[in-house]
Design a protein around this ligand. Structure first.
Ligand code: SF4
Length: 269
């Protein structure tokens, strides 16, 4: 594989890699110390708001290709942490992702994950690894709505039951390193009742919450406005739960899940 293009904004640096079969994947360097790497070419889960998955799954990356995104950049950038949060669902390429994880760990890098939790059998294994955080995309606490937002992620009920069981084996501290993510989409999942149900679930499970804003990459979906976002943050805080917010890095035009693309038409910055 080789580095074929790079783009920079004020906050993030995006790298496009060409693989031996001419497929392309992307990695993003952000926060000054973290490299977000991809695990698949494309994605099978079909979230309608996501540009990365809009062409479906092309293929899994090998462990060497996942690690390779780091290896090619390591001498140029002060990378201390890896976020397995780029294009693809890591649990659907689990054997390669797990091998890459242990390789990153052997290099002293902290590794965090972003996942939909599908398939749940692999989620159990992921939760038990010595990771630095696992964020699970929920986006709705209603079975039918989640199915609409993450069509191929399996049943929400099964995900929650798996979490209940797996989290029971963890200390309260380790449990806080697991977060449920809620991407706010205007007019789709942003009613107060839905946010309250989300807060109750987070509290009941003893995990953290991640409240995300949308980087508009698909026309049909819109971000909520600032005041609504702040209101929902304060509402979550009334439940006494830990809440992580979308950072400027994520909201940047080169940051955030769903902004990475399989075959982006690149425009240089
Ligand atoms: S949001 Fe994540 S899980 Fe959904 S299609 Fe995009 S890359 Fe896949």
């Amino acid at each position: 594989m080789k580095l074929s293009r790079e783009l920079s904004s004020e906050l993030n640096h995006l790298f496009l890699f060409e693989l031996s079969d001419k497929s392309t994947v992307e990695a993003v360097f952000y926060r000054g110390d973290t490299l977000c790497v991809s695990t698949q070419v494309g994605c099978a889960l079909g979230c309608p708001f996501c540009l990365s998955g809009s062409k479906g799954l092309v293929r899994n990356l090998t462990a060497e290709e996942i690690v390779g995104q780091y290896t090619i950049l390591k001498d140029r950038l002060p990378i201390k942490k890896i976020a397995i949060a780029g294009i693809g669902e890591p649990l659907m390429n689990w054997s390669n992702v797990e091998r890459a994880f242990w390789h990153f760990k052997s290099l002293g890098l902290g590794v965090s994950f972003y996942t939909t939790g599908h398939p749940t059998s692999k989620l159990r294994e992921l939760i038990e690894l010595p990771h630095r955080g696992v964020t699970i995309s929920l986006h709705s606490v209603k079975e039918d709505k989640r199915k609409r937002l993450i069509p191929s992620a399996g049943s929400l009920e099964e995900l929650i039951n798996t979490l209940r069981e797996a989290l029971n084996k963890l200390s309260a501290r380790k449990r806080k390193s697991i977060s449920l993510a809620y991407l706010l989409l205007e007019g789709v999942n942003d009613s107060e009742d839905e946010i309250k149900s989300f807060a109750q679930l987070v509290k009941e499970l003893g995990v953290s919450a991640t409240l995300l804003r949308y980087n508009r990459t698909v026309e049909d979906y819109k971000d909520v406005d600032d005041s609504r976002y702040e209101r929902f943050f304060l509402l979550l805080r009334t439940y006494g739960i830990r809440v992580t917010l979308s950072t400027r890095f994520r909201r940047d035009r080169l940051g955030g899940c769903g902004t990475l693309a399989v075959n982006r038409t690149l425009t240089e910055c």
